[in-house]
Design a protein around this ligand. Structure first.
Ligand SMILES: [Zn+2]
Length: 458
């Protein structure tokens, strides 16, 4: 389950399709029925989110070939039909054998998306997965990775023929984070976040799937987790039992494999930018979730901020949706992306300052530290205006008005000038001198040229 979007939708789907999943004959209203699948569309789904008759035939053949590969590779069987529903925008399983798989006629990468059905097929073939490779992506995302989730991701990319690009992303991410070990990646107190955790783990498991028999992977999957041991101790033990090799030995081979992947300058620049966007967003999301004071800022009301983020993903930047953020080709056009990335970075900085000022201001109010509270609320107000957030302005202004009765004007003045550093004045003076100097020099050059011209005249 990749995105859980609303209990209502799930309830609706379970009610609608729950009884239908075991039917043997072709169901009325199905787009297609194959040996292992019933493909359906949500009632009233927009047509561009539903495959047309020609595409659904291709998808049916592809899905059946995936099942055949899984059953042969792992040894096992899918036990009953899986219902795949199109027309939704978020991928999800509904708890029974029905899944919603996003599809877009404009995004070729979504055509054969099969993440959600892989969850069900793998559980049929391999049984429930062990508690291995479990790690939270970040504090802000209450979403656990684990062997099942990582394997589904690795296999989907394998069947989409995107494994080479996924390893490439893992390689660059490892380089950008100083090649952390699997042990560090699994350690919840490491500073790694989001895809810095997900890409290397998916890549490591895909490496095992690509270089060793799938029967060995089956042994890994059937490992009995020992809850007395740590995550990395369990991983070590499970790998030794399945592959007769330790975690560190397998990890060394995997890292050697990654290091041998050539990275063109175009790919390096592309992935570096994606990494920057991802980690900035992840750390900011953590800050939002860590806010401790009673009045909290909400990213959804920061219009300028949201716009800056959305502009990174408009079609012209080339960063539009790809499965797991993995592009097939490096970006060609940095001219449209880079100024937007700069704007986004600036917005993240303002948002960070706003969160901190909001928390500090409230603490200072409670401590009756009126002077500093006034400065914090002034900063917060300024930041909210820059972020396009009007939802809190009335509250902030109320605090400021009350504080102004407690902080005498001359003190506020002193604070305002204290907030402006001495080197700010120095820069302005230097700047003025520089402009004057340059202007004077230009003026002299002009005059000399003029005189020279004059002198050459007969
Ligand atoms: Zn999933």
């Amino acid at each position: 389950m990749r995105t859980i979007s609303g209990l209502l939708a799930i309830f609706f789907l379970v009610t609608l399709f729950g009884q239908g999943s075991g039917l043997a004959q072709a169901e009325p209203g199905a787009l297609l029925e194959t040996e292992h699948f019933i493909f359906k569309a949500l009632p009233d789904a927009p047509s561009d989110l539903v495959p047309d008759p020609e595409q659904i035939q291709k998808i049916g053949l592809f899905y059946e070939s995936v099942i055949q590969d899984l059953e042969e590779g792992f040894g096992g069987q899918v036990r009953d039909k899986i219902t795949v529903v199109y027309g939704g925008t978020a991928a999800m399983g509904t708890g029974d054998r029905t899944v919603v798989q996003p599809y877009s006629s404009e995004e070729p990468s979504f055509t054969f998306g099969c993440h959600e059905m892989l969850h069900i097929a793998l559980k049929d073939i391999l049984g429930p997965g062990p508690d291995l490779f479990t790690r939270n992506l970040s504090q802000a995302v209450p979403y656990n990775l684990g062997l099942e989730e990582l394997t589904v991701t690795a296999l989907e990319l394998h069947f989409l023929k995107s494994s080479p690009e996924m390893h490439l992303y893992a390689r660059v991410y490892q380089e950008l984070t100083d090649w952390p070990s699997i042990q560090t990646i699994l350690n919840p107190s490491s500073s790694l976040i989001g895809l810095e955790i997900e890409y290397p783990l998916v890549s490591f498991l895909a490496f095992l799937l690509d270089h060793y028999p799938w029967a060995d992977y089956r042994l890994l999957w059937n490992y009995n987790t020992n809850f007395q041991l740590s995550q990395s101790e369990n991983v070590d033990l499970a790998l030794s039992q399945a592959y007769n090799e330790s975690l560190s030995a397998l990890e060394e081979k995997w890292k050697g494999f990654l290091k041998a992947i050539p990275v063109s300058p175009e790919w390096w620049e592309t992935i570096k930018r994606q990494h920057e966007i991802e980690t900035l967003s992840g750390h900011l999301a953590n800050l939002f979730s860590e806010q401790v004071e009673t009045i909290k800022l909400d990213r959804r009301s920061m219009k300028e901020f949201s716009q800056a983020y959305e502009e990174l993903y408009t079609p012209d930047t080339g960063l539009s949706t790809a499965p797991y953020g993995i592009l097939k080709e490096p970006l060609k056009n940095f001219q449209s992306l880079d100024p937007r990335l700069e704007r986004y970075k600036a917005m993240v900085k303002v948002a960070q300052e706003a969160i901190s000022a909001c928390d500090k201001g409230q603490k200072q109010l409670r401590a009756k530290d009126w002077n500093n509270a006034w400065t914090s609320f002034k900063t917060l107000r300024n930041d909210l205006v820059q972020l396009g957030d009007t939802s809190m302005l009335a509250w902030v202004d109320k605090q400021l008005t009350e504080l102004e009765t407690k902080v005498p004007p001359e003190q506020r003045q002193a604070q305002a000038s204290a907030a402006f550093p001495w080197w700010g004045w120095a820069l302005i003076v230097c700047g003025v001198a520089g402009v004057l100097g340059l202007g004077g020099w230009l003026f002299l050059r002009k005059r000399r040229a003029h005189q020279k011209g004059k002198g050459q005249q007969p």
